[in-house]
Design a protein around this ligand. Structure first.
Ligand code: ADP
Length: 707
């Protein structure tokens, strides 16, 4: 029932007025005193409540103060012990539907004559006003049109309060309201200052340390000065198991909490992790997000909880949580503080985690580096040596100090083989073969893997040298043996050819066209082809080893092309392929090893025949190249052509076009020989599509006039 005061007997009124004045005087001086004592809000509430209870001859009472968001900020009861028994839910209900809530919302006093039959009087569990009829008077504290709280006074029996009491309590509350507000604001500003100091201190510790445990401990210890929670803890995600692992805790049950592992997608922390949002739960029994697994594992009960995510670059690293506020409720302010700290902590923890990972990686790298059986050298991007592993010193015979004065170029005498240092990337290593020169000047063949890598603030190049001297030695032996074999084959083969020639003279009665003549002719041409093949193989070995060609002389290209046609004529005739010679008139001679270039042309013409069907044309052309110092010679066919992707590789040894035809014969050596031979003459050879289909092989040779 809202109360509207009525007029009374004037004499009584006067007496009451003077009593009221006296009371107000007492209130004023009391308030002055507490203000002078330092604006402690708890002391102010205690004094006001005591004074009001005394002045109204009542038994007891309570004061509630609310913040701007309408949440309970302070609660003071005559029976101070009872305060701990009030649950959050009860307080929230009082604000929603209870007497104090009504008074605050409507900014009007309420007088209750019988607590037992008033719907607004919420039975406080075990409190006497719910068991017997009591009278209650409740008045708001008004400051600048806002009710910042209410004072409620209780007295046993029916209808114990009259207008006089109401006026008196209203006067007291009016007097006290601004002092309470000041004290409240003062307390808030003190708290803000302390929070600022805390955040400052937290940042300082965090920035001065990369020790994750130290950071977390400092944070928690400071934080609980403000949150005043029973326990407060930090949990980090273990990505391998998807669990939240409690790393540090302060307060009740801290020992049991640390080391606890809970699934990172369950419970309130799981919700916070998933949503990346902070949460405040005033009553865990009424919040479906909460689950009891943690409580069951620690043996402690969680009633209320605030939890904030620790996020770094969009990834939630873990959560920070406080449980069971000693003051009864967690406020939005508490949650705000937790979120602030979580933000500071997350950056620090992410940095510390990264640092720890780097340390592990570094330790791993160092052990790989030192234990490697291959010499590993680190240089800067200019090639200056900055570090090397143990194996390098024994491999090269240099002491550390001497080696660190050198450049990588000093160790590789063949500078042409070194890649451009600026082009070395950090994805794929650059691989090449070279020689590493040791202190004695001996060159050791090595395969080198160079890679760019980040090292602290700088980029470095890592050079791994793999000793291949054994392989090189073996290859050399094999090549020598092959060369020897080919060389030794030449003698007997030459004898066979000479014998066949002699035989054809000795048997004049063998007529061309007869079967004996055919057999002799086949034997003669086959052995000549075998001889050409052996020469080419010997040339390949010779040219690959980098030996210069000798026997170079001016050679006319015209008769050379005729020679080639003569040698291949039976093939042309047999396959009914047309031969066209298209040489520019007055071509200068080329300066070449004649036999070698003849074999180049024979190889190309032979291939053109091999890879063309019958009734086609093969054209050999020669003209002056654009640079005038060379002739450009080409062999063009109308055959099957060469797919684009093979146009480089077919010039390598043993490389052929894979046409899925196992019957196609050949070793893949012909074009390799052509390339080596042409390049040894300072020329170039390549292939492209012939204009009317088929292949067009072209190569250049130096003109003799310049020599
Ligand atoms: P081989 O002919 O012994 O296989 P080559 O080194 O002479 O070796 O040729 C390499 C490959 O190039 C051949 O296997 C063939 O597939 C392809 N090739 C060479 N010349 C021609 C051509 N004129 N037309 C089509 N393919 C050719």
């Amino acid at each position: 029932m809202e109360y509207s005061p009525e007029r009374q007997n004037p004499i009584i009124e006067e007496a009451e007025d003077s009593e009221r004045l006296r009371t107000l005087y007492q209130v004023t001086s009391m308030l002055k005193q507490v203000e002078a004592d330092g604006l402690d809000i708890n002391l102010i509430l205690l004094r006001i409540l005591d004074m009001a209870v005394n002045q109204l001859n009542a038994a007891e009472g309570s004061i509630i103060v609310v913040n701007e968001a309408g949440q309970v900020e302070h609660i003071w009861l005559s029976d101070d012990k009872a305060r701990d028994l009030l649950s959050n839910i009860f307080l929230q209900n009082i604000l929603r539907t209870g007497v104090a809530g009504q008074v605050i919302n409507n900014q009007q006093p309420i007088v209750i004559n019988n607590t037992q039959d008033d719907e607004h009087w919420l039975p406080r569990p075990g409190h006497i006003t719910s068991l017997e009829p009591w009278s209650v008077i409740c008045v708001p504290f008004l400051v600048r049109n806002r009710a910042i709280g209410a004072i409620t006074i209780h007295k046993p029996g029916f209808a114990q309060f009259d207008d006089h009491d109401l006026n008196l309590l209203t006067a007291i509350s009016n007097q006290a309201a601004s002092t309470i507000e000041n004290a409240r604001l003062f307390e808030q500003s003190q708290r803000q200052l302390q929070i600022a100091a805390l955040l400052n201190e937290a940042s300082r510790v965090i920035n001065s340390s990369l020790d994750i445990d130290e950071i977390m401990h400092t944070l928690l210890a400071h934080m609980n000065e403000f949150l005043n929670a029973e326990a407060i803890s930090i949990a980090l995600v273990d990505n391998a198991t998807n669990e939240l692992v409690y790393q540090v805790a302060e307060g009740v049950g801290a020992q049991e909490i640390v080391g606890l592992r809970l699934p990172s997608n369950e419970g309130l922390s799981g919700w916070v992790m998933e949503h990346g949002e902070a949460a405040l739960v005033s009553d865990t029994s009424r919040d479906s997000r909460f689950n009891k697994t943690g409580d069951e594992m620690t043996g402690y009960a969680t009633h209320a909880m605030i939890c904030a995510p620790m996020e770094f670059k969009g990834q939630v690293l873990g959560t920070i949580q406080a449980i069971n506020p000693v003051a009864g409720v967690f406020s939005e302010q508490d949650l705000g503080l937790l979120v602030n700290l979580a933000n500071i902590a997350s950056t620090a923890i992410a940095n510390a985690q990264q640092f720890a990972q780097i340390q592990v990686a570094e330790a791993r790298y160092t052990s790989l580096f030192q234990d490697s059986v291959d010499p590993i050298i680190l240089t800067d991007l200019q090639g200056e040596i900055v570090e090397a592993n143990q194996c390098t010193f024994s491999f090269l015979g240099y002491g550390r100090d001497t080696l660190l004065d050198l450049f990588i170029h000093d160790l590789h005498p063949d500078l042409g083989k070194l890649p451009q240092l600026s082009s070395i990337s950090n994805n794929e290593p650059t691989v090449f073969q070279s020689e590493l020169v040791n202190k004695e000047g001996a060159a050791i063949p090595v395969e080198v893997y160079v890679k760019r890598m980040e090292y602290g603030e700088n980029d470095l190049l890592q050079w791994i040298h793999h000793d291949i001297s054994k392989q090189v030695e073996l290859e050399q032996m094999r090549d020598d043996l092959t060369a020897m074999l080919f060389h030794d084959l030449q003698g007997p083969l030459g004898n066979i050819i000479s014998s066949l020639e002699l035989l054809s003279y000795e048997l004049p009665e063998v007529e061309p066209g007869s079967s004996q003549y055919e057999m002799l002719d086949i034997a003669r041409r086959s052995s000549q082809r075998l001889q050409a093949l052996i020469r080419s193989l010997l040339d390949i070995t010779h040219l690959e080893a980098g030996h210069p060609i000798n026997e170079q002389k001016p050679v006319n290209i015209n008769p050379l092309v005729d020679d080639v046609y003569e040698a291949e004529r039976p093939n042309f005739e047999q396959r009914r392929v047309k031969f066209v010679k298209a040489l520019e008139p007055d071509l200068p001679p080329v300066y070449v090893a004649e036999d070698m270039i003849r074999r180049v042309l024979i190889n190309l013409v032979n291939n053109a025949l091999k890879y063309s069907p019958g009734d086609k044309t093969i054209t050999v052309k020669a003209q002056r190249a654009d640079d005038d110092g060379h002739l450009l010679i080409s062999v063009q066919d109308e055959g099957i052509g060469i797919p684009e992707e093979y146009r480089e590789t077919i010039f390598l040894k043993f490389e052929r076009v894979d046409r899925g035809d196992p019957t196609s014969k050949g070793l893949g050596l012909g074009l390799a020989f052509c390339r080596l031979a042409v390049e040894a003459h300072d020329g170039r050879i390549w292939v492209q599509d012939a204009p009317g289909g088929g292949s067009l092989f072209q190569f250049t040779l130096p003109v003799a006039g310049d020599r």
